[in-house]
Ligand binder design. Structure first.
Ligand code: FES
Length: 121
């Protein structure tokens, strides 16, 4: 079962929760289920307000499929390079920044950082 640890100035201390591997929970839905206030708006990869930074803590550093909307939004925010996109798609290596509403939790422990400002990870 993967652990998802949230780190933010909005939290008194880091919060680690268990997510169920293999389902389709996004980081945003895991956060909401645990009352972690990641900013969000559209929930559909179009506004960029749910930007997060993701660090793999254990297990293989692997990506979670980048949707076309997520790629486009991260590019427009200047938060992903063409090389990071290539590595995510070809080598399954996670890029540093993601959208919480698009990132599906996989079987690995991750640290999710967010500032609390919409799009401000
Ligand atoms: Fe809009 Fe995630 S909530 S991109």
């Amino acid at each position: 079962m993967p652990n998802v640890t949230f780190e933010s100035p909005l939290l008194h201390k880091n919060l680690t929760v268990y997510a169920i591997a293999g389902d389709t929970s996004t980081v945003l839905s895991v956060a909401e289920a645990n009352k972690v206030p990641i900013p969000h708006d559209c929930r559909d990869g179009e506004c960029g307000s749910c930007l997060i930074e993701v660090v793999t803590l254990t297990g293989k550093t692997m990506g979670s499929l980048l949707t076309e909307k997520e790629k486009a939004q991260l590019k427009s925010l200047g938060k992903i390079t063409p090389e990071e996109i290539r590595r995510a798609e070809v080598e399954d290596v996670a890029p540093r920044f993601r959208l919480a509403c698009q990132y599906v939790v996989r079987d690995q422990d991750i640290l999710v950082k967010f500032t609390g400002e919409p799009g401000g990870a």
